[in-house]
Write a protein that binds this ligand. Structure first.
Ligand code: DX5
Ligand code: ZN
Length: 217
């Protein structure tokens, strides 16, 4: 069985009980905490920023995976890296100098990834693929949790995986949006390494059960 990394997104948690929710995810076997930063500009929703992530860093030992859905990702990177997050991704269409930003993140000891929306093809990544620690394939249009999984992501995952293998790279594939126990099997078979999930996990009372299901398919 493949060792799939499960990254719950806290977007669907009870923010009034944030600390308890994070503790429950730790106990339930989460591997990474996925933090969706939205600026109300790149995407039509506004979530949280650096002060909030500082709080989470203080109260959780889990590696933090920051997904920047913002128009100016470069403005966030210094502070995020110095507060101790572990993974940072930004959207390919938000940064004209993505090669420079990827290496800046990596030089600060943090894994760097590029996120691509459902409408964007893999060819846009060709030139930078070997520089990336991971690619985040959006399986919904970014902005909200609770949306329906876009099925064509499975084939996109397969294509990306074959390109990674052909080029003998170690790039990880993270899938984000509408992931549940039904599509997880197809995604893992296609080559996914990291599965993000918000609404599927938080629709359960015991988070261990959905995490186990996502891991064990
Ligand atoms: C969407 C976010 C996702 C989202 C996932 O823009 O990037 O991380 O929280 O939520 P679910 O799993 O409910 O689709
Ligand atoms: Zn996300």
């Amino acid at each position: 069985m493949k060792n799939t990394i499960i990254a719950p997104s806290i977007l669907s948690c009870d923010f009034g009980r944030l600390h308890e929710e994070i503790q429950a995810l730790e106990i339930a076997g989460a591997d990474l905490l996925h933090l969706d930063v939205m600026d109300g500009h790149y995407v039509p929703n506004l979530t949280f920023g650096i002060p909030f992530i500082k709080f989470i860093r203080k109260y959780s030992e889990l590696p933090l995976d920051v997904h920047l859905m913002v128009s100016n990702p470069g403005a966030y990177v210094d502070e995020l890296c110095s507060l101790g997050v572990n993974w940072i991704s930004f959207h390919q269409d938000t940064e004209p100098h993505s090669h420079r930003l990827i290496h800046k993140i990596q030089d600060m000891g943090v894994k760097a990834g590029i996120a691509i929306n459902p409408a964007i093809g893999l060819t846009s990544l060709e030139a930078i693929m070997s520089d990336l620690d991971y690619v985040l394939l959006m399986s919904v249009n970014p902005g909200f949790s609770g949306q329906q999984f876009i099925e064509t992501t499975v084939e996109k995952t397969r294509l990306l995986k074959s390109c990674i293998l052909q080029n003998q790279l170690n790039t990880k594939i993270e899938i984000d949006g509408g992931v549940n126990a039904t599509n997880a099997q197809h995604l893992i078979d296609a080559g996914a390494d990291i599965l993000v999930s918000a609404s599927y996990i938080f629709s359960h009372t015991d988070y261990a059960e959905p995490i186990r299901r996502l891991k064990n398919v």
